[in-house]
Design a protein around this ligand. Sequence first.
Ligand SMILES: *Cc1c(COP(=O)(O)O)cnc(C)c1O
Length: 378
Amino acid sequence: MTKTKIWLSSPHMGGNEQRYVKEAFDTNWVAPLGPNVTGFEQDLERFLGDDVQVAALSSGTGAIHLGLVLLGVQSGDEVICQSFTFSASANPIVYLGATPVFIDSETDTWNMCPVALEAAIKDRMAKGKKPKAIIAVHLYGMPFQVDAIKAVANRYEIPVLEDSAEALGSRYKGKMCGTFGAISVLSFNGNKIITTSGGGALVTHSKVIKEKAVFLATQARDQAPHYQHSEIGYNYRLSNISAGIGRGQMEVLQDHVNLRRAMHNFYQHFFASVEAAVVFSEPNADYYSNHWLSCITLASEKTSKTSEALRLAFESENIETRPLWKPMHLQPVFASCPYYGENTAEALFNKGLCLPSGSNLTDSDRNRIGDVLYQFFK
Ligand SMILES: *Cc1c(COP(=O)(O)O)cnc(C)c1O
């Protein structure tokens, strides 16, 4: 008999989601607007604090796309992007006919290296083009070096688009991730820390930008009784049904963060006695990760065991794990894009593994995971 599957990160309902969805049916708000959309936006604004404005959208990818439009990115422009990330961070650059310029990571947070960032900006400017925006990512929930990245961005007056898709509930110096960008982005895809089955949000400090985002996300209709358009629009608003799921999920978001952080503690506890493995953790008290995914790296100078062998050991027990993100500058589709840095992201890709991290894992799941780890490392 095959054992039940343990997922890397699966949806975890809180209980009230169906109540909000039922309300939407009962009142016939089955549309990409309605009380759940407004309510979900208000819940997110309250959670993030710092007087932000939230526009609920149909995906994180759509939010990045709209964010770049709002930052004025056009065909022929260059946009800087962290290389060590999911492809959705970079794809919208190409949707707009612009070119991604990829940047390596530093080893403390695994996110954009501020030194490589500055080198890239200087070189692109010397070559005649100032990058239009910088997409920095809080990968796996770990905040990037916010002060250092923003210092470089400010020096060259280039706006930061903060990809906080994996970092809802993470904090840097006490402030919520998702509040640091000129524009910030959240995702509520099925595998994220909370989900609306599919969805995203654009976060800004400006009411005008929020209104512009909603205008563009609803086909850019001018004020007129007929349908009139002076700009190209998009169909990117979140459905009132999905937003109902989101409202239920907001009631359990902090619990989910606590449970993911407990999974991270579980792995730290296990790996304390495994000298060749390091559990990816906050570099210091300025950083508070939601630990969306718990990750480890194996030191090849200390062990002949590989992350791929560990992945296969889990797979044979019907437990899902996953290699770290393959850097964008190594992806066939982005092979011709400029890249600045060394091999930090590549080295992480070669030695790392994401372990089951869901907020809904049970003691029995943890026992099965622990058994695989024990057998593999004993
Ligand atoms: C999930 C994710 C996105 C995209 O969000 P979707 O809602 O799936 O479109 C963007 N960036 C990162 C880093 C992500 O993990």
